[in-house]
Design a protein around this ligand. Structure first.
Ligand code: NAP
Length: 264
C-alpha cells in the first residue's frame, strides 16, 4: 500500500512551498514537475521530475501510469499552456485538479503604469532611443525586444543563457543581471539607481516575491510598462498554497495497491 500520489506542477514559489508543506504531511506522496528550463533550479522537497509530458495526451498517460491521485497546478500565472493541459488531462484521466491562481497586482496612487496585452506590445510601447530599460519578462521573451536596436536594455534573468539560447534573437544593446527572487524594496531601489533605470518592463505576475520592483518604481517615480495577465485557467482555482492544501485534505483519496512504479 502506498500513500496517494500528488502531482505538483511547479516552477514557481508556490510550487516550492507547496512541496515543502506536503512533504511534511505523511498522508501524501508528492512528485513535483519542473519544465526543465532553468539549469540549476531551486529543488523542491520530495520526488522531482523534469521536462514536458508531451502535451495533453502525454500528461494524461503520466497521470494514469503513475497512479496520480490529484494534481495541483502551481505554475506561474503566465504559463498558460501547461495550466490548460493540466485541466484537459486531469479531466480525461478523471483525476481531481486545482490551479493556484494568484491575483494580479493593481495600480495604486503614485504608480505610473502603461498596461499592454502582450510582450510584443510592451516592446512597441518603449519610447524611441530609450536608455536604462529594465526587462524582467524572462529569458524566453527576449526575442520580442529583438527589433529594438535603438533601446538600451538591462535584463534580469535567473541564470546565464545556454549556448543554444544565446543564438536566439535578442536586443543588440543588452546587459544581463543574474538573480532570482524574492526581491526586497531596498535592494530594488539600489539596483534601479545603480543601473540608471528609466523604464521598467514587466509582466503582471501578482504575488509578493517580485512586487518590490513596482514599489521601487513608485518610490523613484519611474514609469512601468506592464503586460496584463492571461485569463484565469479553466477549472477549480484557489489563490494560496494553504487553500490548495485544504482542498487536498477534503478529497477522499485512498491508499493505492500495487503502485511500485518508477518516476521518470
Ligand atoms: P507554458 O508555456 O505554459 O508551457 C509550455 C510547455 O512546457 C508545456 O506544454 C509543457 O510541455 C512544458 N511545461 C511547462 N511547465 C511545466 C512543468 N511545470 N512541468 C513539466 N512541463 C512543463 O510554460 P512556460 O510559460 O514556458 O513556463 C515554464 C515553466 O516556467 C513553468 O513551470 C512555470 O511555472 C515557470 N515560470 C514561467 C514564467 C512565465 O512568465 N511564463 C515565469 C516564471 C516561472 P508538454 O506540453 O510537453 O508537457
Amino acid at each position: 500500500m502506498t500513500r496517494p500520489r500528488i502531482l505538483i506542477l511547479g516552477g514557481s514559489g508556490e510550487g516550492f512551498s507547496l512541496a515543502d508543506k506536503l512533504s511534511r504531511d505523511s498522508k501524501f506522496e508528492i512528485i513535483s514537475s519542473l519544465a526543465g528550463r532553468t539549469p540549476a533550479p531551486k529543488v523542491p522537497q520530495g520526488a522531482v521530475r523534469r521536462g514536458g509530458f508531451g502535451g495533453v495526451g502525454g500528461l494524461e498517460q503520466f497521470l494514469i501510469s503513475e497512479k496520480i491521485a490529484a494534481v495541483i497546478d502551481a505554475t506561474h500565472p503566465f504559463a498558460e499552456q501547461i495550466s490548460e493541459n493540466a485541466h484537459q488531462a486531469s479531466k480525461a484521466a478523471a483525476v481531481p485538479c486545482i490551479h493556484i491562481w494568484r491575483e494580479p497586482w493593481v495600480e495604486v496612487d503614485g504608480d505610473n503604469w502603461t498596461s499592454v496585452d502582450t510582450v510584443e506590445a510592451a516592446s512597441e510601447t518603449i519610447p524611441e532611443g530609450a536608455k536604462g530599460v529594465f526587462l524582467t519578462t524572462g529569458k524566453t521573451e527576449l526575442g520580442a525586444f529583438a527589433g529594438r536596436d535603438d533601446v538600451e536594455f538591462i535584463a534580469r534573468i535567473v541564470a546565464p543563457l545556454s549556448a543554444d539560447e544565446d543564438l536566439l534573437p535578442k536586443p543588440s544593446k543588452l546587459t544581463f543581471i543574474y538573480d532570482k527572487g524574492p526581491f526586497g524594496l531596498a535592494n530594488e531601489v539600489a539596483l534601479l539607481k545603480r543601473y540608471e533605470i528609466e523604464w521598467i518592463v514587466t509582466k503582471n505576475s501578482g504575488g509578493s516575491a517580485a512586487y518590490a520592483k513596482l514599489e521601487a518604481a513608485r518610490t523613484l517615480g519611474l514609469p512601468v510598462i506592464i503586460v496584463r495577465r492571461p485569463g484565469r485557467p479553466e477549472g477549480l482555482t484557489v489563490e494560496t498554497v494553504d487553500e490548495a492544501v485544504r482542498w487536498l485534505q477534503t478529497l477522499a483519496l485512498h491508499e493505492e495497491k500495487n503502485s511500485e512504479t518508477q518516476i521518470p
